[in-house]
Write a protein that binds this ligand. Structure first.
Ligand code: BG6
Length: 279
Protein backbone atom coordinates (compact mmCIF):
# COMPACT_ATOMS: atom_id res chain seq x y z
CA UNK A 1 0.00 0.00 0.00
CA UNK A 2 1.40 3.38 -1.03
CA UNK A 3 0.34 6.44 0.94
CA UNK A 4 -0.97 9.45 -0.94
CA UNK A 5 0.87 12.71 -1.37
CA UNK A 6 -0.59 15.34 0.95
CA UNK A 7 -3.51 17.27 -0.56
CA UNK A 8 -3.44 20.91 -1.49
CA UNK A 9 -5.67 23.28 0.50
CA UNK A 10 -7.04 26.38 -1.21
CA UNK A 11 -8.47 29.29 0.75
CA UNK A 12 -9.94 32.67 -0.08
CA UNK A 13 -12.26 34.96 1.91
CA UNK A 14 -15.38 33.16 0.66
CA UNK A 15 -14.40 29.48 0.85
CA UNK A 16 -12.01 26.67 1.57
CA UNK A 17 -11.29 23.72 -0.71
CA UNK A 18 -9.08 20.63 -0.70
CA UNK A 19 -7.79 18.60 -3.69
CA UNK A 20 -5.62 15.48 -3.76
CA UNK A 21 -3.23 14.91 -6.68
CA UNK A 22 -4.49 11.33 -6.59
CA UNK A 23 -7.42 11.50 -9.01
CA UNK A 24 -7.46 15.34 -8.88
CA UNK A 25 -9.96 14.44 -6.22
CA UNK A 26 -11.81 17.32 -4.54
CA UNK A 27 -12.56 16.30 -0.96
CA UNK A 28 -13.82 19.57 0.51
CA UNK A 29 -15.70 22.70 -0.43
CA UNK A 30 -16.77 24.72 2.59
CA UNK A 31 -18.10 28.20 1.91
CA UNK A 32 -17.16 30.59 4.72
CA UNK A 33 -19.67 30.38 7.58
CA UNK A 34 -21.29 27.20 6.21
CA UNK A 35 -21.05 23.47 6.86
CA UNK A 36 -19.02 21.39 4.37
CA UNK A 37 -21.08 20.66 1.24
CA UNK A 38 -19.25 17.52 0.10
CA UNK A 39 -19.54 14.24 1.98
CA UNK A 40 -16.47 12.15 2.88
CA UNK A 41 -16.63 8.74 4.50
CA UNK A 42 -15.02 8.33 7.91
CA UNK A 43 -13.74 4.98 6.57
CA UNK A 44 -12.02 6.49 3.51
CA UNK A 45 -8.77 4.75 2.51
CA UNK A 46 -5.91 7.04 1.63
CA UNK A 47 -3.83 4.85 -0.65
CA UNK A 48 -2.97 4.79 -4.34
CA UNK A 49 -4.85 1.55 -5.05
CA UNK A 50 -8.34 2.94 -4.43
CA UNK A 51 -10.41 6.02 -5.14
CA UNK A 52 -11.22 8.17 -2.15
CA UNK A 53 -14.73 7.43 -0.84
CA UNK A 54 -16.53 10.75 -1.01
CA UNK A 55 -15.84 14.17 -2.50
CA UNK A 56 -15.72 14.16 -6.31
CA UNK A 57 -14.11 11.15 -8.01
CA UNK A 58 -13.53 11.71 -11.74
CA UNK A 59 -14.85 8.70 -13.68
CA UNK A 60 -13.14 8.49 -17.09
CA UNK A 61 -12.87 7.07 -19.78
CA UNK A 62 -15.69 4.73 -18.82
CA UNK A 63 -18.46 4.56 -16.24
CA UNK A 64 -18.94 1.48 -14.05
CA UNK A 65 -17.71 -1.50 -16.06
CA UNK A 66 -18.04 0.47 -19.31
CA UNK A 67 -20.19 -0.10 -22.35
CA UNK A 68 -18.62 -3.51 -22.92
CA UNK A 69 -19.52 -4.48 -19.34
CA UNK A 70 -16.03 -5.81 -18.56
CA UNK A 71 -13.79 -2.74 -18.38
CA UNK A 72 -11.58 -2.44 -15.36
CA UNK A 73 -10.94 -0.69 -13.08
CA UNK A 74 -14.56 0.25 -12.34
CA UNK A 75 -15.34 3.86 -13.31
CA UNK A 76 -12.09 4.11 -15.32
CA UNK A 77 -8.55 4.93 -14.27
CA UNK A 78 -8.61 8.74 -14.02
CA UNK A 79 -9.71 8.64 -10.38
CA UNK A 80 -6.68 6.45 -9.57
CA UNK A 81 -4.08 8.42 -11.54
CA UNK A 82 -1.70 11.06 -10.19
CA UNK A 83 -2.65 14.40 -11.75
CA UNK A 84 -0.43 17.51 -11.96
CA UNK A 85 -1.43 20.91 -10.59
CA UNK A 86 -0.64 23.35 -13.40
CA UNK A 87 -2.21 26.64 -12.32
CA UNK A 88 -3.86 28.47 -9.43
CA UNK A 89 -5.51 31.86 -9.58
CA UNK A 90 -6.69 33.65 -6.45
CA UNK A 91 -9.00 36.61 -6.25
CA UNK A 92 -11.04 38.17 -3.45
CA UNK A 93 -14.09 36.00 -4.08
CA UNK A 94 -12.76 32.72 -5.46
CA UNK A 95 -9.73 30.52 -5.91
CA UNK A 96 -9.26 28.45 -9.05
CA UNK A 97 -7.05 25.43 -9.65
CA UNK A 98 -6.24 23.53 -12.85
CA UNK A 99 -5.02 19.94 -12.99
CA UNK A 100 -3.68 17.98 -15.93
CA UNK A 101 -3.50 14.31 -16.92
CA UNK A 102 -1.83 13.33 -20.20
CA UNK A 103 -1.78 9.85 -21.75
CA UNK A 104 -1.90 7.94 -18.46
CA UNK A 105 -2.53 4.18 -18.76
CA UNK A 106 -1.98 3.60 -22.52
CA UNK A 107 -2.43 -0.10 -21.68
CA UNK A 108 -6.07 0.67 -20.83
CA UNK A 109 -6.80 3.42 -23.36
CA UNK A 110 -4.72 3.36 -26.52
CA UNK A 111 -5.54 6.87 -27.81
CA UNK A 112 -3.42 9.97 -27.07
CA UNK A 113 -5.44 12.43 -24.95
CA UNK A 114 -5.12 15.37 -22.63
CA UNK A 115 -7.48 15.92 -19.67
CA UNK A 116 -7.75 19.30 -17.98
CA UNK A 117 -9.76 19.68 -14.78
CA UNK A 118 -10.60 23.18 -13.66
CA UNK A 119 -12.13 23.79 -10.25
CA UNK A 120 -13.29 27.00 -8.61
CA UNK A 121 -14.02 27.43 -4.88
CA UNK A 122 -16.00 30.46 -3.75
CA UNK A 123 -19.53 31.20 -2.60
CA UNK A 124 -20.42 28.76 -5.41
CA UNK A 125 -18.37 25.79 -6.56
CA UNK A 126 -17.69 24.74 -10.12
CA UNK A 127 -15.77 21.96 -11.83
CA UNK A 128 -15.16 21.31 -15.52
CA UNK A 129 -13.45 18.39 -17.23
CA UNK A 130 -12.04 19.02 -20.71
CA UNK A 131 -11.02 16.06 -22.85
CA UNK A 132 -8.81 16.76 -25.87
CA UNK A 133 -8.07 14.23 -28.59
CA UNK A 134 -4.36 14.75 -29.33
CA UNK A 135 -4.07 11.70 -31.57
CA UNK A 136 -4.83 11.03 -35.23
CA UNK A 137 -7.95 8.88 -34.91
CA UNK A 138 -11.30 9.39 -33.28
CA UNK A 139 -12.17 7.95 -29.88
CA UNK A 140 -15.19 7.88 -27.62
CA UNK A 141 -15.49 7.95 -23.86
CA UNK A 142 -17.90 8.06 -20.95
CA UNK A 143 -17.41 10.46 -18.05
CA UNK A 144 -18.91 11.26 -14.66
CA UNK A 145 -18.05 13.80 -11.99
CA UNK A 146 -19.25 11.58 -9.17
CA UNK A 147 -20.24 14.21 -6.62
CA UNK A 148 -21.03 13.06 -3.06
CA UNK A 149 -23.24 15.67 -1.37
CA UNK A 150 -23.57 15.85 2.40
CA UNK A 151 -27.18 15.80 3.63
CA UNK A 152 -28.77 15.69 7.09
CA UNK A 153 -30.88 12.59 6.48
CA UNK A 154 -31.34 11.21 2.97
CA UNK A 155 -34.77 9.83 3.97
CA UNK A 156 -36.01 13.42 4.37
CA UNK A 157 -34.42 14.76 1.18
CA UNK A 158 -36.15 15.37 -2.13
CA UNK A 159 -34.62 16.13 -5.52
CA UNK A 160 -36.49 18.54 -7.74
CA UNK A 161 -35.94 19.00 -11.47
CA UNK A 162 -36.32 15.41 -12.68
CA UNK A 163 -40.11 15.10 -12.90
CA UNK A 164 -40.93 13.47 -16.25
CA UNK A 165 -37.32 12.43 -16.99
CA UNK A 166 -36.56 8.94 -18.25
CA UNK A 167 -34.13 6.89 -16.19
CA UNK A 168 -32.34 3.55 -16.23
CA UNK A 169 -32.34 1.65 -12.96
CA UNK A 170 -29.00 -0.02 -12.06
CA UNK A 171 -29.91 -1.57 -8.70
CA UNK A 172 -30.12 -5.05 -10.25
CA UNK A 173 -26.45 -4.72 -11.37
CA UNK A 174 -27.44 -4.05 -14.98
CA UNK A 175 -29.56 -1.34 -16.54
CA UNK A 176 -33.35 -1.80 -16.44
CA UNK A 177 -35.73 0.61 -18.16
CA UNK A 178 -36.27 3.26 -19.21
CA UNK A 179 -38.73 4.24 -16.50
CA UNK A 180 -40.23 7.69 -16.19
CA UNK A 181 -39.82 9.75 -13.02
CA UNK A 182 -43.09 10.91 -11.49
CA UNK A 183 -42.69 14.01 -9.30
CA UNK A 184 -39.70 14.67 -7.06
CA UNK A 185 -37.12 11.96 -6.39
CA UNK A 186 -37.12 10.56 -2.87
CA UNK A 187 -34.85 7.86 -1.50
CA UNK A 188 -36.57 4.94 0.19
CA UNK A 189 -34.11 2.13 -0.53
CA UNK A 190 -30.97 1.43 -2.54
CA UNK A 191 -31.01 3.97 -5.37
CA UNK A 192 -28.79 3.80 -8.46
CA UNK A 193 -30.28 5.55 -11.46
CA UNK A 194 -29.11 7.19 -14.65
CA UNK A 195 -31.49 10.07 -15.38
CA UNK A 196 -31.48 11.15 -19.01
CA UNK A 197 -31.93 14.84 -18.40
CA UNK A 198 -30.04 18.11 -18.72
CA UNK A 199 -32.18 19.95 -16.13
CA UNK A 200 -30.86 21.65 -13.02
CA UNK A 201 -31.38 19.42 -9.99
CA UNK A 202 -31.98 20.79 -6.50
CA UNK A 203 -31.35 18.70 -3.41
CA UNK A 204 -33.80 20.00 -0.81
CA UNK A 205 -32.55 19.12 2.67
CA UNK A 206 -34.91 20.17 5.49
CA UNK A 207 -32.65 18.63 8.17
CA UNK A 208 -29.66 20.86 7.38
CA UNK A 209 -32.08 23.58 6.26
CA UNK A 210 -30.35 24.11 2.96
CA UNK A 211 -30.70 23.34 -0.70
CA UNK A 212 -27.92 22.49 -3.14
CA UNK A 213 -28.57 23.14 -6.81
CA UNK A 214 -26.54 21.22 -9.38
CA UNK A 215 -26.44 23.08 -12.73
CA UNK A 216 -24.78 21.04 -15.44
CA UNK A 217 -23.04 21.97 -18.68
CA UNK A 218 -22.78 19.55 -21.65
CA UNK A 219 -24.03 16.70 -19.48
CA UNK A 220 -26.91 14.56 -20.77
CA UNK A 221 -27.12 12.25 -17.77
CA UNK A 222 -27.39 12.70 -14.02
CA UNK A 223 -26.62 9.64 -11.90
CA UNK A 224 -28.35 9.53 -8.51
CA UNK A 225 -26.88 7.07 -6.03
CA UNK A 226 -27.35 6.05 -2.40
CA UNK A 227 -26.28 2.54 -1.34
CA UNK A 228 -28.75 2.24 1.57
CA UNK A 229 -28.22 -0.36 4.31
CA UNK A 230 -27.11 -3.64 2.71
CA UNK A 231 -24.81 -2.28 0.03
CA UNK A 232 -23.13 0.07 2.54
CA UNK A 233 -22.26 -3.02 4.60
CA UNK A 234 -20.45 -4.59 1.65
CA UNK A 235 -18.07 -1.63 1.20
CA UNK A 236 -15.05 -1.62 3.49
CA UNK A 237 -14.44 2.10 2.94
CA UNK A 238 -18.04 3.10 3.70
CA UNK A 239 -19.24 3.02 7.34
CA UNK A 240 -22.31 0.84 7.99
CA UNK A 241 -24.24 3.79 9.41
CA UNK A 242 -23.06 6.52 7.06
CA UNK A 243 -25.56 6.08 4.20
CA UNK A 244 -28.21 8.51 5.60
CA UNK A 245 -25.68 11.36 5.42
CA UNK A 246 -25.02 11.41 1.67
CA UNK A 247 -26.45 11.41 -1.80
CA UNK A 248 -24.54 11.38 -5.07
CA UNK A 249 -25.77 13.58 -7.90
CA UNK A 250 -23.31 12.93 -10.72
CA UNK A 251 -22.74 15.07 -13.78
CA UNK A 252 -22.32 12.50 -16.52
CA UNK A 253 -22.35 11.39 -20.15
CA UNK A 254 -22.70 7.62 -20.19
CA UNK A 255 -24.03 4.71 -22.28
CA UNK A 256 -25.80 6.10 -25.37
CA UNK A 257 -24.55 9.59 -24.43
CA UNK A 258 -20.87 8.60 -24.65
CA UNK A 259 -18.93 11.36 -26.39
CA UNK A 260 -17.04 10.82 -29.66
CA UNK A 261 -14.09 13.14 -30.32
CA UNK A 262 -12.42 13.66 -33.68
CA UNK A 263 -8.64 14.29 -33.82
CA UNK A 264 -7.73 17.77 -32.53
CA UNK A 265 -11.17 18.33 -30.97
CA UNK A 266 -12.10 18.80 -27.34
CA UNK A 267 -15.17 18.46 -25.16
CA UNK A 268 -15.93 20.10 -21.80
CA UNK A 269 -18.46 18.81 -19.27
CA UNK A 270 -18.98 20.50 -15.93
CA UNK A 271 -21.27 21.70 -13.19
CA UNK A 272 -21.85 24.41 -10.63
CA UNK A 273 -23.13 23.93 -7.07
CA UNK A 274 -25.16 26.76 -5.54
CA UNK A 275 -26.46 26.82 -1.97
CA UNK A 276 -29.85 28.11 -0.90
CA UNK A 277 -32.09 27.84 2.12
CA UNK A 278 -35.23 25.71 2.43
CA UNK A 279 -38.44 27.72 2.21
C1 BG6 B 1 -22.33 4.97 -8.88
C2 BG6 B 1 -22.80 3.75 -9.61
O1 BG6 B 1 -22.07 5.97 -9.80
O2 BG6 B 1 -21.14 4.66 -8.17
C3 BG6 B 1 -23.03 2.63 -8.61
O3 BG6 B 1 -24.00 4.05 -10.32
C4 BG6 B 1 -21.75 2.38 -7.81
O4 BG6 B 1 -23.43 1.45 -9.30
C5 BG6 B 1 -21.30 3.68 -7.18
O5 BG6 B 1 -22.00 1.41 -6.84
C6 BG6 B 1 -20.00 3.58 -6.39
O6 BG6 B 1 -19.00 3.06 -7.20
P1 BG6 B 1 -17.56 2.78 -6.63
O7 BG6 B 1 -16.79 2.08 -7.71
O8 BG6 B 1 -16.94 4.11 -6.28
O9 BG6 B 1 -17.75 1.93 -5.39
Amino acid sequence: MVQLLPPRTFTCPTARGVIYHHGAHVTDWTPTGQEPVLWMSEKVRFDTETALRGGIPICWPWFGAGRDGVSSPLHGFARLAEWRLVDTVESADQVKASYLLVDARPDKFAHPYRLTYEVSFGRDFSAALTVRNTGSSRFSFEAALHTYLKVGDVRQVRLTGLDGADYLDRVAGHEVGPHTQQGDVTVTGETDRIYQSTNDITVVDPTLNRSITVSRMNSNDAVVWNPWIDKARTMSDFGDDEWPGMICVETANVAEHAVTLLPGKEHTMGFTLTLGSVA
